[in-house]
Ligand binder design. Structure first.
Ligand SMILES: Cc1cc2nc3c(=O)[nH]c(=O)nc-3n(C[C@H](O)[C@H](O)[C@H](O)COP(=O)(O)OP(=O)(O)OC[C@H]3O[C@@H](n4cnc5c(N)ncnc54)[C@H](O)[C@@H]3O)c2cc1C
Length: 669
């Protein structure tokens, strides 16, 4: 009969114990846990601090007695293992309450000791208003401090997942929040345009970002930065990484790996055949590039715990590597990554490309549609999916998991282009955002629609000195455009393309990449030559600019619309009033913009009144006499065509459909 001893009783350890019992009714199973709790939801800690989770007890998933009752597993909490005697197959542990040491025998040992937050050696880092968040006790200390001392401003060192979850938690509690990040952007594992989306959301909620700079000292109510700056803050959270807990393994002579974790084979066996390991302390093979990596995340820890238990009991379960799929919600925004980022893929020597799209998460016409961004990273020659990133308010999680599955299975962008995804108007679109991103990748690979993602622009612009063409409407162009870009809206491109300087490549962009692709195909047909589209368009450039900046692209950064942390949805709605129609006058025609109030607010023809198409039937009486001259327009000419027919059927006689906004703006030039 096996005696399974498990060191560490949270994600990997508790899972291993439960799995071992399910597989073997007779094994003796014991868990030794240094802390006071086992099997608690450490991923939920920030949400208790932020107030989303009200009951502390809901974070405690098991207790020693419930574990004993449910699984017949002996759990010893507050029991820290001090040594492993591999030859005698005995570990020695000390009970924190009594101070006494005790020996525990094993036939198979599973190490699941996790890691610890990196504690920087900074002046002031030990002050009582400086915290890390890793355990329930850490959470209690933070919560107690906030309740007793009511700090006004929090400084968070580290813009990774936990740091940003804490930024949200603190802002929701009304504190002024500063995030200090040593690297160029937050969420450094992500590519800049996805990180830039997260930064937009932080800034929208009043979080102040200090990037490319580290903390040098912590005072009682300030934090000093490497660049000489000082931030006022009387609560500090350090969230600058996780270090695996390896002393015990090291002392026991177990082999460590090149990535700084405990080395295990594909069965999660350490260099000692009777010792297995799982979770944050191990290094495993990356599913995509096969290098050894440490991926301190709950999903891999749980699955590894399960597999380690199975193999400790004589099983033959191969761990197939991790993609490091991770997702974060910051206020309302969600962003995630799976597999390799473009930067990581290229750093690993893979000839990689990326394709980005922005698309509604469900049909645009069904209420509540929100943009989701999908970026697929793939191998240039083969189209093999190497990874992906998604960002948005709704639907980003579903797309991320789809790409994770594709990357895991070794699928290509051609496969993804052809997958049938679930569709119904409130739930998706007939061409899902993942299909679309795959189409863009295919078009890029085949040369049908060459595109570049923002991080590739600097080099290409420097090398090819292209003509830059902005095909958005004039109002979008006026707000922010690439310096030196010509503005010819897509709608009038066929008429006006000849005004572009000849003989040079053209770099075209629109708002999201979609019309840019259309413009590219139009230009290739009309004038030939090299035309390249900016994948993700102006939106992706804005996000990249915010996160990482450009060297050779000069672009104004748009201001982020402020949101209220306590009721973010309220801030999203544009406060647009519908105008009333001026009484008929002899001065000129009545110009009616039939776009929505939101579209109208982004810019309209001077003097135009806004009667959205849906309101037109009820507002006919405002238009005056039936022989009054009325000019109608919308975004592209479709809705204004419909409105023109509607007015004609209602007896109006002097009507002109001027088409889209850009055509309208060019009238009378
Ligand atoms: C605040 C926070 C939020 C997170 N959010 C997410 C998230 O949203 N998504 C995600 O995927 N991951 C998240 N994580 C990471 C995730 O929780 C970890 O990857 C996971 O818990 C690792 O599991 P583990 O079992 O390897 O280690 P742990 O869960 O850290 O457990 C290790 C245990 O071993 C014990 N131990 C160590 N040494 C000894 C010893 N000598 N003797 C006895 N016991 C010992 C420790 O006390 C500890 O309880 C989050 C982590 C934190 C702290």
């Amino acid at each position: 009969m096996e005696t399974i001893l498990i060191i560490g009783g949270v994600a990997a350890g508790a899972t291993a114990a439960a799995r071992a019992r399910r597989l073997s009714p007779e094994a003796r199973i014991t868990v030794l846990e240094a802390g006071p709790d086992i099997s608690f939801a450490n991923c939920g800690l920030p949400y208790f601090i932020g107030g989303d989770i009200e009951n502390r007890s809901s974070l405690i998933l098991q207790s020693p007695s419930s574990f004993k009752q449910q699984y017949d597993v002996d759990v010893h909490v507050s029991t820290s293992v001090e040594s492993i005697d591999r030859s005698r197959k005995i570990v020695t542990a000390r009970d924190a309450a009594t101070g006494s040491a005790r020996e525990f025998p094993y036939t198979k040992l599973i190490l699941a000791q996790g890691g610890k937050p990196v504690a920087p050696d900074l002046p002031g880092a030990k002050k009582d208003h400086v915290f890390t968040l890793w355990t329930l006790s850490d959470m209690d200390r933070i919560d107690g401090f906030v309740k007793e001392r009511s700090p006004r401003a929090a400084v968070i060192a580290g813009g990774g997942f936990i740091g940003l979850e804490m930024a949200e938690a603190r802002a929701k509690r009304g504190l002024k929040v500063h995030v200090v990040e040593k690297l160029p952007h937050v969420m450094s594992v992500m590519d800049p345009e996805i990180a830039g989306f997260v930064e937009e959301e932080l800034v929208a909620h009043g979080v102040v970002l200090h990037k490319n700079v580290g903390v040098t000292e912590i005072g009682d109510d300030w934090v000093a930065l490497e660049d000489g700056g000082r931030i006022a803050g009387n609560m500090v959270l350090l969230s600058i990484g996780v270090r695996p807990t390896l002393q015990l393994a090291r002392d026991a002579g177990l082999e460590l790996g090149p990535a700084g974790g405990l080395l295990v084979d594909e069965h999660l066996r350490t260099s000692d055949p009777d010792i297995f390991a799982a979770g944050d302390m191990v290094e495993i093979e990356h599913r995509v590039h096969k290098a050894k990596v440490r991926i301190p995340l709950a999903g891999p820890a749980n699955r590894q715990g399960r597999i380690a238990a199975e193999n400790a009991l004589g099983g033959n379960h191969v761990y197939q590597g991790s993609l490091g799929t991770a997702i974060v919600r910051v206020f309302d925004a969600v962003a995630g990554i799976t597999g390799l980022s473009l930067r990581a893929a290229r750093a690993a020597g893979i000839d990689a490309e990326a394709a980005t799209i922005h698309k509604e998460h469900h049909t645009a016409y069904y209420p509540g549609a929100q943009q989701v961004t999908v970026r697929i990273v793939y191998e240039k020659g083969t189209g093999r999916v190497l990874g992906g990133q998604t960002a948005g308010y709704a639907g980003a999680d579903r797309r991320l998991d789809t790409i994770a599955t594709a990357a895991f299975a070794g699928m290509t962008v051609h496969d993804l282009a052809d997958v049938d995804f679930a569709y119904s108007p409130p739930l998706g679109t007939p061409n899902d955002a993942v299909n679309m991103a795959a189409y863009v990748a295919e078009n890029r690979m085949s040369g049908h629609s060459p595109s570049l993602v923002p991080e590739e622009l600097d080099a290409w612009i420097q090398a090819d000195a292209p003509v830059i063409l902005d095909v958005r409407d004039v109002f979008a162009y006026r707000k922010s455009h690439v310096d030196g870009a010509f503005n010819i809206p897509l709608e009038v491109l066929r008429e006006e393309y000849a005004s572009l300087p000849a003989g040079r490549p053209v770099l075209v962009y629109d708002e999201t990449g979609k019309k840019g692709h259309q413009a590219l195909r139009t230009l290739v047909g009309l004038r030939g030559g090299v035309v390249v589209n900016v994948g993700g368009g102006h939106r992706s450039m804005q996000r990249h600019l915010r996160a990482a900046g450009f060297r050779n692209v000069s672009l104004d950064l748009l201001e982020v619309e402020r949101k209220d942390a306590s009721s973010p949805a309220a801030a999203k709605k544009a406060d647009v009033q519908t105008e009333s129609v001026p009484k008929a006058s002899a001065a000129g025609p009545l110009i009616v913009d039939v776009r929505t109030t939101g579209e109208f607010a982004t810019g309209a023809y001077p003097g135009a009144v806004n009667i959205p198409l849906d309101e037109l039937p009820d507002r006919l009486s405002e238009l005056g006499r039936h022989d009054r001259e009325i000019i109608l327009y919308c975004a592209s000419g479709g809705r204004s065509g419909y409105a023109t027919r509607m007015l004609a059927q209602s007896g109006f006689t002097n009507l002109t459909n001027a088409g889209g906004l850009s055509k309208m703006m060019r009238r009378g030039r």
